[in-house]
Design a protein around this ligand. Structure first.
Ligand SMILES: *Cc1c(COP(=O)(O)O)cnc(C)c1O
Length: 419
């Protein structure tokens, strides 16, 4: 138990999982404000280069209250859609703090950002052409594919030959031709090579490549190196966090060298998503059933993939903690179980063959590191209600920051039906 991440970090403040579930219902996303602020600061200070800024990637978690905290900590933001821009403005970000990284977007979406004064990055020559036709003389950024990618699963590798993202470096002349044709001002180049790396070297390598490409352009305001910073999902097995200090110093060396040679005023940006929000979030759920089928011991819970999609989508691992309903004498008694949800699909499995303390019906389970790509990927599949979100503030008190869906929410969208 004392190995538990939530105990070591006083994650639940003045409350505890049982109280939270009683008050707000199950399942429930819980966030810890102190951990969120610390991760923001890690990223804001990561590279000791004066003109460096971390752009939080909104798609990892777009809860309005969390975005306000991230803004208070001085981070800027990336948006992937008009919906994200809309929420970011509501959270108090200024247009000049938002970077819209478009991917196959309509001209209406581009113009939504342009008209607000938000810088847009285009992802292909075709989108650059579209941008130029509608905004001749405008400011634009271009997403580069540096030719290689990284990631914990092929679905999250976003650089290299086999990805839909970015403009390949052999098309730089075409980029320049379009910039000239429409008299555009190329303000920046950006990249994002993939998600969840635990060592700095591949990222440093991608910076070197990006800087080489950057030297082919003149007058850039910024160079955006992308996100992908990993977090240790297997803390219970002793997995260590990313070594940020040395990594940041090595990055700063590269940036300093480039800046002094080509452009001392250049701004460098990174785009962390997961790193900022994953570890401040725990997903709580309840065990409702046990059974043995074909020699496998299942624990049935309300943690379906409509609530947390990562295990099903990426075979992702999340550590699990067990909070017993009744204090039990033999806490160290363990068994091997497979934890499943309540969705009618055989793939609805949150954890395979885990060694966990014996779970009884009514016990609460905590799914660790669920703050990134958790609630933002939740759905109403099987007409399940998406869970509420609660913040544990710095003073240990809890606060509802998003209500659970209601049954009425499920039919509200049908024009022929009045609730
Ligand atoms: C998703 C995304 C990020 C953030 O990725 P993480 O792995 O969460 O850090 C950054 N930039 C772009 C363009 C993205 O699509």
């Amino acid at each position: 138990m004392d190995q538990y991440y939530t105990i070591k970090t006083s994650f639940f403040g003045n409350t505890n999982p049982q109280q939270l579930i009683e008050q707000y219902g199950s399942p429930l996303y819980v966030y810890n404000e102190s951990i969120l602020r610390q991760r923001c600061r890690d990223m804001a200070d990561f590279i000791p280069y004066a003109n460096y800024i971390a752009n939080y990637s909104t798609k990892a978690n777009s809860n309005l209250e969390l975005l306000k905290i991230i803004r208070e900590e001085g981070l800027h933001v990336d948006a992937m859609s008009p919906g994200e821009i809309y929420v970011l403005l509501a959270a108090g970000f200024r247009p000049d703090q938002i970077f819209y990284i478009g991917n196959n977007v309509s001209i209406e979406e581009m113009m939504y950002a342009v008209n607000l004064g938000i810088t847009v990055s285009v992802d292909s020559l075709s989108q650059l052409e579209t941008f130029g036709q509608h905004n001749p003389g405008g400011n634009v950024a271009v997403r580069i594919n540096p030719g290689f990618g990284i990631g914990h699963h092929e679905k999250v590798v976003t650089g290299g030959e086999k990805t839909k993202f970015g403009i390949n470096d052999d098309r730089i002349d075409d980029v320049k031709a379009l910039i000239q044709k429409y008299n555009l001002n190329l303000v920046g180049i950006n990249q994002h090579i993939g998600s969840l790396f635990m060592e700095g070297e591949p990222y440093l390598q991608s910076i070197r490549t990006l800087l080489d490409i950057a030297s082919l352009f003149e007058g850039l305001d910024f160079i955006d190196m992308g996100g992908g910073f990993g977090i240790p999902y297997q803390k219970q097995d002793g997995e260590k966090p990313l070594e940020l200090k040395l990594f940041g110093e090595q990055a700063a060396e590269l940036l300093d060298a480039w800046a002094s040679r080509y452009n001392p005023d250049i701004q460098f940006m990174s785009e962390p998503g997961r790193y900022v929000v994953a570890e401040c979030g725990v997903l709580l759920g309840t065990a409702h059933a046990r059974k043995e089928n074909g020699g496998i011991h299942y624990v049935g819970t309300d943690l379906g993939f409509n609530v947390l999609a990562r295990p099903v989508m990426y075979d992702a691992w999340h550590d699990i903690e067990v909070y017993p309903k009744h204090k039990r004498a033999v806490d160290s008694l363990k068994e091997t179980v497979t934890i499943v949800g309540n969705i009618c699909e055989s793939g609805d499995i949150i954890a395979y063959n885990r060694q966990l303390p014996v779970i009884s019906i009514g016990d609460i389970l905590g799914v660790m590191d669920a703050g990134a790509y958790g609630h933002t990927m939740a759905s109403n599949y099987n007409n399940r209600l998406r869970p509420a979100e609660v913040l544990i503030r710095r003073d240990g008190t809890d606060k509802l920051i998003r209500r659970r869906d209601t049954m009425e929410d499920l039919i509200r969208v049908f024009p022929t039906h009045t609730v």
